[in-house]
Design a protein around this ligand. Sequence first.
Ligand code: GLC
Length: 535
Amino acid sequence: MSAPWFVDAVFYEVPVYAFFDADGDGIGDFAGLTDKLDYLEWLGVTCIWLLPFYESPQRDGGYDVSDFKSVLPRYGTLDDVQQFLNEAHRRGLRVIADMIVNHTSDQHPWFQEARQPGSPMRSRYVWSDTPDRYRDARVIFTDTQDSNWSWDPVADAYYWHRFFDHQPDLNFDNPGVRDEIEDVIRFWLTLGFDGLRLDAVPYLYERDGTNGENLPETHAYLKRLRSMVDTEFNDRLLLAEANQWPEDVVEYFGDSDEFHMAYHFPLMPRLFLALAQGDAGIVVDVLDRTPEIPDGCRWGIFLRNHDELTLEMVSEVERECMWQHYAPEHSMRKNVGIRRRLAPLLGGDRRRIELLDVLLLSLPGSPFLYYGDEIGMGDEHLLDDRDGVRTPMQWEDSPNAGFSTAEPGDLYLPIVSSQEYSPAVVNVASQGDDADSLLHWTRRMLSIRADLPVMGAGGFLTIPAADPAVLCFERIAADTVVLVVANFLDAPVRCALDVDDPPTMVLAATPGASIDGSVITLDPYGWAWFSGSRP
Ligand code: GLC
């Protein structure tokens, strides 16, 4: 049986508002996305992940939905979505969408009705006369919320919310909620999406005496959704956002009967930590700690996304180290994390960007690229919330970066202004003209990877290296093996690998990389992919 499509996929995360503004109103739209499909096809990604594009007051980047089966008019119409899907599919690109199942906006008509005394909608949300219930559930947005309960004077009760206080949690004990959410998923898959990323899934149910995360009731409902998808659709993907330890996340794969994919949250900060400390040990530890996952399931690996670089899955000491190293200014910190993009985090150092990108493309899991990181876009960390990493895509060297014809002051967010990362320095057009650019390098790496099925379905084995700065592992298929080596130190290394008969054919590498017997030599921040056949 051939592997499911998402095993070999390279995902590209993009918010509709940020990519290209076709109608000149200052915000990206579906027509703009459709215009830029040629670019994504050229780049070599294979699946586009769209952030929420539904009707919403936009107080949480669209994760505050006020109508699940609609399109925000500024982004276009349902027909525009359909056309975008058709054009993507015509190019062999797949598309998944974000879906928010845990909560709605407080502007959702369900909530507005639920607030009214005696409303039959009341039990679609979670209410209490006191803010004392479910005290063991942590607050997630620690810098803006001090409780998961907020008082509603109209309802004359407290309502439950795991995120912002304008995002009341749905009550999954209510059968109507369970049916509605299932129907929303059916609606978008019927339109032609290849899958859905289900947002914030650990928190669907609340139970006294628990922390309200990963509860059996939650898993049971998610399995029901999967069963519906398997019964009614072919070849679709359900992807879990569950910012949890690997041993808890694996539960979301179930017995191959829950999610097809889930992000590997704990791996991500450890790649940055290893780089800060020049020691790969912490990456090896988390990989060793990662349980096997069922057949047909897959990790999603990422470096950056539209949120802060979350530090929930590291110790306090490690968090402090990350903050000192990567967020020296307080304004760069957000919640339990860091609101910066990949290139500025790594000091704009091509060697370090390539090192992490290479690992993103070779660790076991499907890689998720964040829009703009392929050109090393910068951020504006002084903007509100996480807006600093959601600024317009930089297509060319012009005041609006080729993103929009609107007046600069009318853009949904300003273009990155710092000297180092402004469109004059960082843009698609000039990197497209330069064969040595990060953009061309990324494209080349994606193309090499596309010819290596072992990077998708292949097995994984860490290989001990004599120098702690070196991360080494193999990706293994029946007849091929790819050896991946990466030096986390800003100094050359030469060290022995504990491997018999290592492969020697260079697929891609930094200039000084070589292998002699089982001894590897690497440049500062050097890396290499070697391939060989296995009898
Ligand atoms: C998810 C999203 C994040 C959002 C949160 C609450 O974690 O990634 O952007 O703020 O859910 O909806």
